[in-house]
Design a protein around this ligand. Structure first.
Ligand code: DON
Length: 558
């Protein structure tokens, strides 16, 4: 039985911390999902760039060398902290629904979702935000011109690189859809089939598109040759984009969600990502339990019950804040969490309310990406970037090399019906022209007097529960290797099951949780790809770790 401890709301601490100016770590660290991307970040730091220039280089290089996960045809959230004045901001480069989009665009005449319409092909693509975010990052926060920071990405696109297992798995899983579009098959397949190991991926059109972005900045993508080619290709293949969609796209700078857990100041993504609010709500619920001294089954049960409640609120309340009113203050309030906690029983699972259909759970793994950076001065970046499913929509707009996202599926396509991640949603996240679809991306900073943590991961709806487990590891004093490698389990309210990595639960855990009434379901394979940095200021140590489940690279250098 967990001992309740007093929830501490250290307001002064929250207000005080951001403005403390601090000397940097005198070293830099970068953790990303690909060694070439991590190397690109260091290349730019060595040329006098700061963490924000490095973030441009890493993001753009990931777009080239990890094309299954993110890209110019996608979007993301870049959480920044500027060392000189403590400014914390998130760049919301989330995709937007095209202006011709409407609530029932993926439904048949009977009002049922048409299978895969929101997942495959150009109709599934939102208007990309990544190019706009890179231009903004360079202009507003960087020291180097955008063109310099895009150099490594352009080089890898034009010269090519040897693909790894991650790419081959992604291409296999989406081979069929890539085969439907010649421009996609030409680039990503070999003789119209998944390439063999050792395949060199050369992306000349993408190099030229990046070059136009490098030369003309934002307008180099959203206007002129690139925009025209994108719109022509999309419309020719049945999509609904117009030039006006691209011309109107703007990133938005938003205030991050700031919360507190056991003396840790947490800074994370605000709506239109659900990440920060759901993470804070779960930790507010958990803050009254002594998880460290709880037995293993009770600890996991309490985490699952907190997840169930916070993910329910995600479904009910969260969407694009420019379109819907979100009761943020209430959802973040410790009193609200206390109310939810009252109904948690330690001796029994709370059944989630059921809807008519049992949502299915789809594999989530080889898509979306995360990077964490700190430079010598202490500038910080945590960015999670996506084209949604593996290889996005599978559609490359001819002549651009840009693989478009299928992020439209993150909307509630039909209220109450699950999306690719089994998430259901309602009005708050219904499709509207120009609206941003709700995300789970959770780039996060953690801060105590002595330690700074930077972390995030891909993984669809499971992103937030993975970050939660990472935060708990940080809170209990563990090293970043353990944040990124700890066994993962996840509950998202609906479907009412606990998904777990095959090795995450012991036999005793499984029996104990089943006895409490939880339904357990192992995932087919491990999931997530967390990239993390710890700056231990007291010990004067900088550490970085990349998820052992994939092929990322985390380096610390002078
Ligand atoms: O924004 C989101 O929440 C999703 N589009 C992220 C997708 C993702 O992480 C896929 N994961 N492996």
């Amino acid at each position: 039985m967990p001992k309740p401890i007093k929830p501490s709301v250290v307001l002064l601490y929250l207000l005080f911390f951001p403005i403390i100016s601090q000397a940097g770590p005198h070293q830099a660290a970068i953790a990303s999902a690909h060694p070439l991307a991590t190397a690109a970040g260091f290349e730019i730091l060595e040329q006098g760039g700061n963490a924000f220039d490095a973030a441009v280089a890493v993001s753009a290089t990931l777009a080239v060398v990890e094309p299954s996960s993110s890209g110019l045809g996608g979007g993301g959230f870049w959480l920044l902290k500027r060392a000189k004045d403590g400014k914390e901001i998130i760049i919301d480069g989330r995709e937007k629904a095209p202006l011709a989009a409407h609530a029932d665009m993926y439904l048949d005449k009977q009002g049922k979702p048409v299978p895969n319409l929101s997942l495959d092909g150009p109709l599934s693509a939102g208007i990309p935000g990544l190019p706009a975010a890179l231009a903004h990052l360079a202009n507003q926060y960087g020291r180097l011109p955008l063109s310099k920071s895009l150099d490594p990405a352009i080089r890898h696109a034009s010269l090519g690189f040897e693909v790894g297992d991650h790419y081959l798995r992604a291409a296999t899983s989406r081979e069929h859809i890539l085969q439907s579009y010649p421009a996609s098959a030409d680039i990503f397949l070999e003789h119209n089939a998944t390439p063999k190991p050792g395949f060199r991926l050369v992306q000349r059109d993408l190099a030229a598109t990046l070059q136009r972005l490098a030369i003309a900045g934002h307008a180099g993508f959203y206007r002129g040759e690139t925009a025209t080619k994108l719109v022509e290709a999309v419309r020719k293949a049945g999509g609904i984009w117009t030039l006006a969609d691209l011309q109107q796209y703007k990133i938005i700078e938003r205030q991050p969600i700031v919360s507190e857990y056991h003396g840790i100041r947490m800074v994370s993504a605000p709506p239109p990502s659900s990440g920060g609010i759901v993470l804070a709500e779960m930790l507010n619920i958990l803050s009254a339990y002594d998880l460290q001294d709880s037995d293993s089954v009770t600890r996991k049960h309490l985490i699952i019950e907190a997840e169930r409640r916070a993910y329910r609120d995600r479904d009910a309340y969260l969407g694009d804040p420019d379109f819907v009113d979100i009761p943020t203050e209430r959802l973040l309030s410790p009193d609200y969490a206390a109310g939810l906690r009252v109904a948690i029983r330690t001796d029994r699972a709370t059944p989630s309310e059921t809807l008519n259909d049992t949502p299915s759970i789809n594999p989530q793994g080889d898509h979306t990406t995360h990077l964490s950076i700190i430079d010598k001065q202490g500038n910080q970046v945590a960015a999670t970037l996506s084209i949604n499913q593996s290889m996005g929509s599978g559609f490359v707009a001819e002549g651009t090399g840009v693989l478009l996202n299928d992020e439209m599926d993150d909307f509630a396509i039909s209220p109450g019906k699950p999306n690719a991640y089994g998430l259901v949603g309602g009005n708050a996240n219904r499709i509207e022209p120009g609206k941003r679809m709700l995300s789970s991306m959770t780039p996060t900073f953690l801060q105590t007097k002595d330690r700074i943590g930077i972390l995030g991961t891909p993984g669809g709806s499971r992103i937030i529960s993975m970050v939660l487990l990472g935060v708990l590891e940080f809170a209990e004093g563990h090293e970043p290797e353990s944040w990124v490698s700890i066994g993962r389990f996840h509950h998202q309210y609906l479907p009412d099951v606990v998904e777990y990595e095959p090795d995450a639960l012991s036999v005793e855990d499984r029996h104990g949780l089943e006895k409490l009434g939880h339904t357990l379901k192992p995932t087919p394979r491990p999931y997530g790809n967390m990239q993390a940095i710890l700056w231990d200021k007291k010990a004067g140590l900088l550490k970085a770790a990349s998820d052992p489940r994939s092929e990322g690279a985390a380096w610390v250098r002078h």
